[in-house]
Design a protein around this ligand. Structure first.
Ligand code: COA
Length: 183
């Protein structure tokens, strides 16, 4: 299995698979459907981001990162519909062997355990395919759903980062979690 051909069946008819150039239109639709749901957790988006052309640009950058083995970009798909994304980005080798996890799921698919299953699968891929030592994720201080997913998947909180990311137009504090993948 290479990074461009991952395809894993989850529950509820949903699959976790590698992002493709042809995902631009269904991804733009997913971002439009979920713009209010995602707005509190994401950077401010331009209108272009929610268009097929905007998503073509995003996907091209993600695939370039995948080719360079610094990014593992995956989508959650229910047939032809995209219902979420998870990306391991900023993969650093050398003494760090680490990557940073980011994810979201379509509001209509939330609360079914899908992101818990997804984070567990990506942790396994990070350990086996990428042979990383650790992965980390940061959540807004009050994002209990995401913190629940991470702790349930074996992540441990290791700090509070003040003004860490510019989310919804403001530099916001984040709780940082990490999972050590090897003994
Ligand atoms: C965070 C997110 C990815 C979780 O996805 P999901 O598929 O619903 O996750 P799961 O169903 O695997 O688990 C979520 C858990 O959080 C719980 N939860 C959800 N909302 C909650 C809330 N407001 N307060 C407390 N717990 C909450 C759920 O009940 C569930 O736990 P349970 O299975 O014990 O009932 C999803 O809510 C989302 O996309 N949020 C918006 C974007 C986001 O926050 N991304 C992450 C940024 S760090």
């Amino acid at each position: 299995m290479n990074l461009a051909s991952i395809d894993i069946a989850l529950s509820h008819g949903v699959s976790l698979r590698s992002i493709r150039t042809s995902d631009a239109a269904p991804l733009a639709e997913a971002y439009l459907r979920n713009s209010e749901h995602l707005a509190p957790y994401e950077p401010l988006r331009t209108n272009d981001f929610h268009s097929e052309a905007g998503q073509q640009t995003e996907i091209a950058a993600l695939i370039a990162g995948r080719d360079a083995e610094t990014t593992l970009p995956l989508v959650l798909a229910d047939g032809s519909r995209i219902i979420g994304r998870i990306t391991l980005s900023g993969i650093v080798r050398g003494a760090f062997q680490s990557g940073n996890l980011g994810y979201w799921i379509d509001q209509r698919y939330a609360g079914r355990g899908l992101m818990t299953a997804t984070v567990n699968e990506v942790s396994r891929l990070a350990a086996t395919m990428l042979e990383l030592h650790r992965i980390q994720a940061g959540t807004l201080v009050d994002n209990v759903a995401s913190q629940t997913v991470l702790t349930r998947c074996g992540f441990v909180e290791f700090g509070l980062a003040p003004a860490y990311l510019r989310i919804a137009g403001r530099w916001q504090d984040h709780r940082l979690f990490q999972k050590i993948l090897e003994a």
